[in-house]
Design a protein around this ligand. Structure first.
Ligand code: KG4
Ligand code: ZN
Length: 340
């Protein structure tokens, strides 16, 4: 069983080839970051034009890399949502066209489910041909568009525990990066600058830390950084490093605390962190330490599977195929598609 998966929900055009027996055969990502950087963020119209340009070469590269011919594909999958409408349309329409032309099953996949299950990506060895089952866990998805905590009871059995009421964690990183005059996206740059900074120099708010639920809020934190800036003694690199480290620590405190509280509340013994922000070095270190102390198993995928990619979409598609969950060719995009 060989699946081609496409991802085009935001500003990466991606294609991956997965084999139920041999695992991941190819994963290609054409990033548009350099194009959007001049605007300081993703411009939807520009993103969809870029997807149109990049999609075919990315699919051809994935097929060539995997050594697979189009006719050998057994199914075609693509992200149906959530995401930018005109970006989603490009990948979903292409996948439907390929599936129709090849007369093969089509699968419309939820992007957030892709992130959520990416830490469990393990190939398919020793499972008798299907993907390895998804074990129970607390899932934390932290990306540029999403911040949510999910109680996972196996594939397709998800309970939303809480999500952000305003900005996503990655959005907060990117907006603070913009305030500090850093290049887009701010997340990786703040991570790098923060390594030389003092996380205790500025006391930023830990919004909703003690709210007693699993909701998040990061817009107040961004505003706190904004109000601090005119009061800074200077904008030297050491000062900016302290701002970055203090901001990052506030985000990480809340993410780690709430994730562990969710594990305690549900009795889950495993935690899976995913999405672009899971690349953050401080979040990884603090989450590792906290899980070790609490006796929880922690899974975080490598960077290539954490930021937007098509392998995670293909991974969900393999599970859907194993469960017989095919999509009709009439399936449409849904920019606000919910996980549950
Ligand atoms: O998952 P992703 O590629 O796209 C979405 O689905 O949103 O996540 C992108 C987000 C951006 O906000 C980016 O700044 C953030 O992930 N990010 C990071 C790091 N690497 C990527 N944030 C903090 N630290 C990082 N090292
Ligand atoms: Zn994403």
């Amino acid at each position: 069983m060989i699946v081609l998966a496409l991802e085009s929900s935001c500003d990466e055009t991606a294609a991956a080839i997965l084999c139920a027996q041999r695992g991941l055969l190819a994963s290609e990502v054409a990033s548009q970051i350099a194009v959007h950087r001049v605007y300081g963020g993703v411009v939807p119209e520009v993103a969809s034009r870029q997807h149109l340009t990049h999609l075919r070469p990315v699919v051809d590269a994935a097929l060539a890399h995997a050594g697979v011919r189009r006719e050998e594909l057994d199914a075609v999958a693509a992200t149906a949502g959530p995401g930018l409408a005109t970006s989603l349309m490009i990948g979903l329409s292409a996948a439907k066209g390929l599936a129709l032309g090849l007369q093969k099953p089509f699968l419309a996949v939820n992007h957030v489910e892709g992130h959520l299950l990416s830490p469990f990506f393990s190939g398919c060895e020793g499972t008798g041909g299907g993907p390895a089952p998804i074990p129970p866990a607390i899932g934390l998805v932290v990306s540029g568009g999403h911040t949510l905590l999910v109680d996972i009871d196996g594939f397709g059995r998800y309970r939303l525990l809480g999500q952000t009421r305003d900005d996503a964690a990655g959005e907060a990183f990117d907006k603070v990066g913009k305030l500090l005059g850093l290049p887009y996206p701010g997340g990786p740059v703040i991570d790098r600058l923060a390594r030389g900074g003092d996380p205790a120099r500025f006391a930023f708010p830990r919004s909703m830390l003690n709210s007693g639920d699993f909701a998040f809020s990061f817009s107040g934190l961004k505003t706190a950084v904004r109000y601090l800036l005119p009061k800074l003694p200077d904008r030297s690199e050491p000062t900016l490093a302290d701002v970055c480290a203090s901001f990052q620590e506030a985000v990480v405190d809340v993410l780690v605390e709430k994730t562990l509280a969710a594990a305690r509340a549900t009795g889950r013994t495993s935690v899976a962190v995913s999405g672009g922000v899971s690349c953050n070095s401080r979040l990884r270190a603090r989450m590792e330490e906290a899980c070790r102390k609490a006796g929880l198993q922690l899974r975080i995928a490598g960077a290539a599977l954490s930021t937007d990619n098509a392998a995670m979409i293909g991974w969900v598609a393999l599970h859907r195929l194993a469960h017989g969950l095919l999509s009709p060719l009439t399936a449409d995009i849904d920019p606000n598609l919910r996980l549950v």
